[in-house]
Design a protein around this ligand. Structure first.
Ligand code: INI
Length: 154
């Protein structure tokens, strides 16, 4: 039996972060978490590009174009959709999540899912670097692991 797993070494990897301007108070923190995780795992922040989009809905299209460019080993999408203030919450979350999953599967470029979908702003802040960790950092590490896993099984 041979176990294969992706490691968390980001050295030499090139990434793009797709960051939503909507709820920027939160997405700036998610971005900090993602950049910090990349650097702490050996990545060179000069190999990180940051691409701003208006909101979560626009993330899949930007992700597709970036994945197709061939310039990146992986992508990380960072955004926040908050139910309290969004009557179309379910549509937005479902369009963004299925769109991003589709980009990843169709292009073969791993996409870390750092889109917070919460009931309140307080819950979003908790997940963006306060008491519940930083989901931007978690999404970055999952993407690094998947990049390295794909290299290991290819
Ligand atoms: N976009 C978000 O990323 N988060 C939200 O909470 C949100 N709300 O509340 O509406 C949101 N809306 C904008 C949307 O993503 C698009 O940018 C917009 O509809 C234009 O296409």
């Amino acid at each position: 039996m041979a176990d294969k797993e992706g490691n968390l070494i980001a050295t030499g990897l090139t990434f793009a972060l797709i960051v939503s301007r909507f709820n920027r108070f939160v997405t700036d923190k998610l971005m900090e978490g993602a950049v910090d995780a990349f650097a702490r795992h050996g990545g060179n922040t000069g190999d990180l590009d940051v691409i701003w989009v208006p909101g979560a809905f626009e993330m899949p299209l930007a992700a597709r174009r970036l994945a197709q460019s061939g310039r990146y080993d992986g992508l990380v999408a960072l955004g926040a959709v908050i139910r309290g203030a969004t009557p179309h919450f379910e549509y937005l979350c479902s369009a963004a999540s299925s769109g991003l999953a589709g980009v990843s599967v169709e292009t073969g470029v791993p996409v870390g899912f750092g889109l917070l979908t919460t009931d309140t702003m307080e819950q979003a802040i908790e997940r963006a670097g306060s008491k519940a960790g930083n989901k931007g950092g978690d999404a970055m590490l999952s993407a690094v692991e998947m990049v390295n896993l794909l290299k290991a099984i290819s």
